[in-house]
Write a protein that binds this ligand. Structure first.
Ligand code: HEM
Length: 368
């Protein structure tokens, strides 16, 4: 029987055994690891909902787009759709992202753990900037994020909301409430949503944008640096870089699973699901479905359908930040690849984690 520890380290073999769907005791639920079935679940929110009291994020930050379905979900998400659309993302963020990457690269010195010197601070700075919170520095945003996400993990494990989590959320609430006065993103959202609703969605944007982006950047660099032949292909033709980033997401999506709850008894991939059952959609499993991706465990920067991965989910909850995070990752990885004589230090561990999968450290050296 597969253990939590195995799933955290390397879930891929276990996901292949149960594909397209199977029960995992370690998770207390069904796990969907076939791509077609994963899409079917995520596109049927009436049968497989996020709106369940067991959803820990909502217990800490209140209902938001992440924890609602149907009309309520659409209402919470609508004010943020256009600001995070492709055109607006490029217009608003391309310059600040490039500048932040350049500043961080200027400070980084060989040897360096690029997770803590580049990927982490970039994702925090961009989230702080995107929320447009007056007087909230990147380090304040990181402190809130850490306290709130620790609290969410505790609630998921059956503990109560922590005092630190509640205090951080109160601070975030105060800042967002004052941000609403401005004519930025939060002010626009507040014309459609209550203050509490704006705050909950701002928290979800923080949640969505920090660890995931850090993981996407470091996993992409790790894949490239551990496959020198593929790195050479990208160096020879830099127009392949965006596809290389998609290929990395396919193999190790930074958010590996999304949870849904069955609203009725239903048959799924030949299994009988009972009302109330937890249905874990494995985005990592979908990305290695051999019916869609031949030779699925191979990192191939030229793979023609790499973009069919489900790392950003599918259906109504499809990632709102995908254009922004792609922009950040592209800028960060391109900048790192310009470093002369870039080398990954030995013993650079592979991505790991149950929900968020990322490399624990990305230690590199370069000449300079
Ligand atoms: C700037 C960075 C990011 C921001 C601001 C962001 C924001 C969000 C938001 C607000 C949602 C909720 C949408 C909804 O429920 O309607 C979401 C969903 C999601 N995001 Fe992102 N995200 C970012 C980066 C990423 C990255 C890098 C990944 C993975 C590689 C990712 C994976 C997902 C997934 C899988 C969902 C679906 C959750 C579900 O269906 O339960 N996100 N994102």
């Amino acid at each position: 029987m597969v253990t939590l520890d195995e799933l955290e380290r390397d879930p891929h073999a276990a996901l292949a055994v149960i594909r397209p769907i199977g029960w995992m005791d370690a998770l207390g639920g069904w796990v969907v690891s076939g791509r077609a079935l994963a899409v079917a679940v995520m596109r049927d929110p009436e049968t497989f909902t996020v709106d369940d009291p067991r959803f820990s994020t909502a217990q800490v930050v209140g209902p938001s787009m992440l924890s609602l379905d149907g009309a309520a979900h659409a209402a919470h998400r609508a004010p943020f759709e256009s600001p995070f659309g492709l055109a607006e993302t490029r217009r608003r963020f391309a310059g600040p992202v490039e500048r932040t990457v350049a500043d961080l690269m200027e400070l980084a010195q060989s040897p360096s753990d690029l997770r803590t010197t580049l990927a982490g601070p970039l994702s925090v700075a961009v989230v702080a900037y995107s929320l447009g919170l007056p007087q909230a520095s990147a380090s304040t945003v990181l402190d809130w994020y850490t306290a709130i996400s620790d609290s969410v993990s505790g609630v998921a494990a059956g503990r109560a909301v922590t005092a630190e989590g509640a205090a951080a959320f109160a601070e975030l609430h105060r800042h967002v409430a004052s941000g609403i006065e401005s004519d930025g993103l939060l002010g626009a959202a507040a014309r459609k949503l209550s203050t509490d609703e704006v705050v909950a969605n701002a928290a979800v944007l923080m949640f969505g944008g920090i660890e995931t982006t850090e993981g996407m950047i470091t996993n992409a660099l790790w894949h490239l640096l551990t496959h020198p032949d593929q790195l050479e292909v990208v160096r020879a033709d830099p127009t392949l870089l965006p596809n290389a980033l998609e290929e990395s997401l396919r193999l190790e999506p930074a958010a590996a699973v999304v949870d849904r709850y069955a609203t009725r008894d239903v048959e799924l991939g030949g299994q009988q699901i009972r009302r109330g059952d937890l249905v874990v959609v494995s985005l990592a499993g979908a990305g290695r479905d051999p019916e869609v991706f031949p030779d699925p465990d191979t990192f191939d920067v030229r793979r023609s359908n790499a973009r069919r991965h489900l790392a950003f989910a599918s259906g109504p909850h499809i990632c709102l930040g995908m254009h922004l995070t792609r922009l950040e990752t592209q800028a960060a990885v391109a900048a790192v690849l310009t470093l002369p004589d870039l080398q990954l230090l030995p013993e650079s561990p592979a991505p790991r984690g149950l929900v968020f999968r990322k490399v624990p450290a990305l230690n590199v050296t370069w000449a300079g």
